[in-house]
Design a protein around this ligand. Structure first.
Ligand SMILES: [Zn+2]
Length: 280
């Protein structure tokens, strides 16, 4: 549903680099028996979740979140999120950083497959989940399994109107954004800090509404995993600081593999966007 953003399609993606050992790439972020590699600032990110947030009741077939996930490196952020200025939330399309990091964002929430939980669990990748409450309302608890692995739920509106900036008044936009803030707090025990516009289109009024709703930034993207391949708006590979878009769709596994291949080929680590921005 977020595919109307213009992009330069490159099918070369990382396919030419798949010869790079995936195992080597994963091994690079594995530091067994070396607790010093864990940053003392890497506090648990699920402390805001309510005690009842355990997904075990509904996800009993899901493997243990930490069973096979490799240990993570910590990267000191070298980018500071611009503050709200003039009542307008900043818009971030890519993080300007020299750190070898990439950020995974997964949108909407339509397809709720145990396979998606398993893939993120096995890799240990944290993701920023831009959920739409009308899309996840049938089973919001499904996404708690991702939170248990270090992912966070963020705001992708209540109704996913891709024309909201042109069709709706400021107040109507604000209501649709605040509705998801309230839903997320109720379901997941945390108020989102980041906002993704449905379809990617934003306006001054939307930036104002996002700030008024208490959110810190609008997050768009310049790379996406789509239809089982990577699409880049610039170049033909992932760059440090790229924000990657994908969706909870039937082709989740193929999209995720396209992302992971590109990420490993580029020598980047997947880190949580909120952690890097200091908006956990
Ligand atoms: Zn969307």
């Amino acid at each position: 549903m977020c595919d109307d953003h213009p992009s330069t399609v490159s099918r070369r993606a990382a396919l030419g680099l798949l010869g790079t050992s995936l195992a080597a790439g994963l091994g690079a972020c594995t530091v067994p028996g070396n607790p010093s590699a864990e940053s003392p600032t890497a506090a648990p990110r699920t402390e805001g979740a309510s005690p009842s947030a355990s997904a075990s009741a509904t996800m009993s077939s899901t493997p243990s979140p930490t069973a096979s996930a490799p240990a993570k490196k910590h990267f000191d952020p070298d980018f500071t999120l611009p503050p709200i200025q003039g009542g307008l939330a900043p818009v971030i399309t890519k993080i300007p950083t020299k750190q070898p990091v990439v950020f995974l964002t997964i949108d909407d929430g339509q397809v709720k497959s145990p396979e998606s939980v398993r893939l993120l669990s096995e890799t240990g990748y944290p993701a920023t989940l831009f959920l739409t409450s009308n899309t996840v309302r049938d089973n919001p608890a499904f996404f708690k399994a991702f939170m248990a692995q270090g992912s966070l739920v963020e705001n992708h509106t209540v109704s996913h109107n891709v024309n909201m900036t042109t069709q709706w008044s400021y107040q109507r936009q604000l209501d649709d954004i605040v509705g998801m803030q309230d839903f997320a707090l109720q379901q997941y025990g945390r108020k989102p800090t980041l906002f993704r516009p449905p379809g990617g289109a934003y306006s001054t009024a939307m930036r104002q509404a996002v700030a008024a709703a208490g959110l810190k930034a609008i997050i768009t993207w310049e790379a996406k995993a789509n239809a089982g391949r990577m699409d880049y708006q610039y170049g033909n590979s992932l760059r440090p600081g790229d924000i990657v878009l994908m969706h909870f769709r039937p082709e989740f596994a193929a999209d995720f593999e396209a992302f992971r291949s590109a990420q490993v080929a580029a020598g980047l680590e997947v880190v949580l966007l909120e952690e890097f921005l200091g908006v956990v």
